[in-house]
Design a protein around this ligand. Sequence first.
Ligand code: MN
Ligand code: MG
Length: 644
Amino acid sequence: MQLHSSLSLLLVLSVLGTPAWSQDARVRLRLLQTTDLHTSALNYDYYRDAVDDTLGLSKVATLIRQARAEARNHLLIDTGDLLQGNPLGDYIARVKGLREGQVHAMHTAMNLLAYDAAVVGNHEFNFGLPFLDTALKGAKFPSLAANVYLPDGKTHRFTPYVILERRVTDEAGREHVLKVGVIGFTPPQIMQWDKGHLEGRVMTKDIVATAEALVPEVRAKGADIVVLAGHTGLGTDQVKSGEMAENAGWALTKVPGVNAVLTGHQHLTFPGQFRDLAGADPEKGTVNGVAVSMPGFWGSHLGVLDLDLVRNDKGWSVAQSTAAIRPIYRFDQNRRRVPTVDNAPDIVAAVTPIHEETLRYIRAPFGKLAAPIYSYFALVQDDPAIQIVSEAQLWYAKRALQGTPHAALPVLSAAAPFKAGGRGGAEYYTDVPQGDIAIKNASDLYLYPNTVQMVKVNGAGVQEWLEMSAGQFKQVDPSRTEPQDVVENSFPTFNFDVIDGVTYEIDVTQPRRYDNDGKLVNPNARRIKGLSFQGKPIDPQQEFVVVTNNYRASGGGRFPGLDGKNVILQSPDENRQALIDYITEMKTVNPSADKNWKFARVGKPVTLQFESSPRAEALLGVNPALSKLGDGQNGFVRYGLKLD
Ligand code: MN
Ligand code: MG
């Protein structure tokens, strides 16, 4: 006679004595979660060609093994954005290719760690469905996406859920068979973000509505508990079923019959962030009483959810649960990052061959610069380091806006100098020579892993945006002839947005209109003069799309009128990736600044003094108004820009 393994176990237990199902039992089940690994197999930053101990599955692997050793019963789940996100992923998908039967490096590592399930994230679709299908075959665990269907709207395109049947040991040392339902979700917005790959091939449905439909189905099929594993953020308490929310985690905690919610996508942490979210208990790691985790991104953290399960005659239920996240690094007293774990040697060994191929790829030229890119004068004149970012953003925006209601609006671009001396020191500048450019230079061109966003503002809004930027400067007295410091060092240079697509002058004899926090301090002052679009004074009523990054669009820097409410497009793509793709497609780019802004003349000979690197001296010839004034402090050199 053939018996199913779980049935034979129950049979054995009942033969041995009191039937197990009639006894109360307590089982502690630990769920471990990674998310948004973005092909960070190792602790390596390919954009800088350097080790980086703030990321890497090789590091989290050590935490996974530690957390398993502490617990009798555990499951390991990844919630997606696994196969794209750094040059290792690009190299596999776009250069080397993945043939049928080959295993993707991320799956090689995850198979060694014996993951129980994974979720298909939005970035999994970036290289098209054939690549994804080939890759997923190499995983020794199911990859789930319950809300992605064939165009018929009925047939699941991926495995929607899995019921993991696991032998668990209770607190008294007795074995039980526990059936854990895991349902996976991906943002329905993949249909816009990867339209070219997905249109006509798949369709998506609402995450919350899908969960509401499937939880009873999974329960009816025998699941004792149900875990919702979302490549979706926590979002807000305003999210309702059926509205196709991108970040539906909060609403998932309200779905009847749910025992734990795994979230991601936002690259944030819970517990940790989301302290003001309704129903969130940051100490217990619960939202509306349900254990929730969001373990950062790129392997920065491991999610650890502990569920205390009790069984009575009605079956299993969760008596109480907690969630925590464990970091792979911490900050010391000097705010330096210190690793808390070592790499797992077997993971390192398994991915070293592809890592070494990736190193050759990032060190080889992928495009050419027809002129050098440097940021030495970024605070006193239009600058090539900003210009190239804006040109890539405009190139990206034209495609991304196609077929949207905003496609007809004129597009402007905002970008700021990220590396421009200051507290970073006299060497902290962008300096990429003319000629071949390699991916390992990318962090010089775009330092932060921001993502592209677009906002809708009118001409008056563009003026206020630039007035805020102009807070970068001290007020200058036109009657003084000795050099005057012009840079306000308390204003971070990453808030000095230059807007390309319009022309304007900045009058530094006027007081600043806004302070560093965006407070209107001089309502009658205006520093932005002659703001023009297509050669004519800008119409305050005319609407524009401005392409920028997620930081600015969501209110970073407290710019007037930028609070997240006028965002019209939130791309999952990094500005840095857009820049790399732009250079790749153009093959050769000329990053020379178009000089769309300058300081307004003051009618008297005034010298604006600023600090820059000693290396700027060799470039003074780019503008006859520039000169060296003398040595500054901390290795800086003082330069002057003459106005008349
Ligand atoms: Mn992600
Ligand atoms: Mg420009």
